[in-house]
Design a protein around this ligand. Structure first.
Ligand SMILES: O=C(O)CCC(=O)C(=O)O
Ligand SMILES: [Fe+2]
Length: 205
């Protein structure tokens, strides 16, 4: 049976109880910020995400670094545009990391009918912070158990932010089912300790 968790404002105790390492705050962006960002995002050169096993109708782009799913490598990507740079300190404060630690940013555009299938983000990346714009969505989590799956889901409101760290990041898979109207997410990623240890910084950037 799936647990549906309603989140109001900064409800970390509730969130942590349901899923350790998941944090959420609504109204992280103002309406004006959301509108201005949506204009910036609509002007980006987004490409269809194509990879076996994933829903294909989401469009994406990356900044700072990008993960090449074919070669399984982390490669350089265009620098953060100004509107992303301006968000980083605020996102970093909410995530309790230094701004410089966010080295990768991904933009997802979900037109009506687009979603993202079950996955864990690549182990090269560490903490993930996600901002939602324009339309509500549900973020679903599952973890296999002896008898089947543990499941939990959270409503993501437009202008909200979530953090995936710890168990939510490492042990649970997540997905976002298709919704009926346009939604964007901007995801910010640090690099994992493991990846940093084996990759001198100079080679990454
Ligand atoms: O749209 C979202 O908030 C989820 C995105 C996601 O899971 C990803 O980009 O890895
Ligand atoms: Fe993800």
């Amino acid at each position: 049976m799936e647990k549906q968790v309603a989140l109001f404002g900064e409800t970390e105790p509730t969130a942590n109880e349901a899923l350790s390492g998941f944090r959420y705050r609504k109204e992280f962006l103002s309406f004006k910020e959301e509108r201005d960002l949506a204009i910036e995002l609509s002007a980006l050169d987004l490409r269809p995400f194509e990879f076996q096993g994933h829903l294909g109708n989401r469009r994406v782009t990356s900044f700072g670094l990008k993960y090449d799913f074919g070669r399984r490598t982390v490669d350089p990507a265009p620098a953060f545009p100004r509107f992303i740079q301006e968000l980083v300190p605020r996102v970093a404060a909410f995530a309790n990391v230094a701004s410089e630690q966010f080295q990768q940013v991904g933009v997802n555009e979900y037109r009506p009918g687009a979603g993202i299938g079950w996955h864990k983000d690549k182990p090269e990346f560490g903490i993930i912070a996600g901002i939602s714009l324009l339309s509500p969505a549900t973020m679903r989590f599952r973890r296999s158990t002896k008898g089947g799956w543990d499941r939990v889901s959270f409503d993501l409101e437009p202008r909200s932010i979530y953090i995936l760290s710890g168990e939510a990041r490492l042990l649970w898979e997540h997905s976002v089912p298709a919704q009926e109207s346009l939604r964007y997410s901007i995801t910010f990623r640090t690099l994992s300790e493991r990846f940093l240890a084996k990759t001198p910084r100079a080679n990454v950037i």
